[in-house]
Design a protein around this ligand. Sequence first.
Ligand code: ZN
Length: 340
Amino acid sequence: MGIARALIAIPTPADYLNATLRRDDPMNWITNYVRPTINSLFSRREMPENLWEKCPSCGTMLFHRELTENQRVCNSCGHHMTVSPRERFAGFFDGGLYTEISVPQPIVDPLLFRDQKKYPDRMKAAQKQTGEKEAMLVAEGEIMRTRIVAVAQDFEFMAGSMGMHVGNAIIAGCEHAIKRKLPLVLFSAAGGARMQEGILSLMQMPRTTVAVDMLREAGLPYIVVLTNPTTGGVTASYAMLGDVQIAEPGALICFAGPRVIEQTIREKLPEGFQRAEYLLEHGMLDRVTPRPQLRTEIATILRMLGGLGPVVHGDLPRPDPAAIIEAAQAEAAAQTPEEK
Ligand SMILES: [Zn+2]
């Protein structure tokens, strides 16, 4: 009887209020769960993906925009985080402006290599993750008004491994530098050779060495900036052939890693072994320079080597070519009557 009465009873405003407050009420579920979920799905896209990033060295939460402005160097402990070639060029070149130089594409998967995954599948995953075609980017631009060609390796792309494309990129960079009579600056970051390309990957060591030699014959400076980590076959070729060898602070630079050496010689290695500062102390490097100072330092070295005037500090406006021609014409016009 009670149920029947409840079914036919006319609900009062108080009944509606109670109904909306009841947790198992379907309307309540829609307002409290479904609607916020839908809203969050849409609003999530409008929010910047990562406003904050944690420093892997000291654990400080860093504001994303400030971190980008500081070229991904922690302003709390000075830890140098990994940068993509595009991020690096944006902070390195004057006004972040540069022209990308095209690199000839090598044959895709020449050995039909397969481990747990097929090589082309690994490539596709790396391309999706980084938004880049391959592990090296070549560009021409200016640093402190000094025109250069720069090559940067992408550690996020299959650990920056040296495959045929990396070889092609270095050769393209060297050839472009020779054609334009410009110095070459190379930023290395690699886990070594790309094993999916087998012997073809190892062949990039002599290929890139010959390319660097071509620069030398043309009398053009070649500066290497070793970044964390530069290891394996890369340190056995182009990354160690610079006229000036610079490293970023704390960078691991080695042929075989410290763990492998410890296991082989069964001895504990000294503190900071194979780090940039240790290598500088032991004569393997010329400089250890923090990333934000690289622009000034490299421009200064290149201007000294090229016999150019000193670096201009500060941001003077670029001379307008049209104004120079006009001034020259005015001067010529003023001089003509006197000469006649
Ligand atoms: Zn830090």
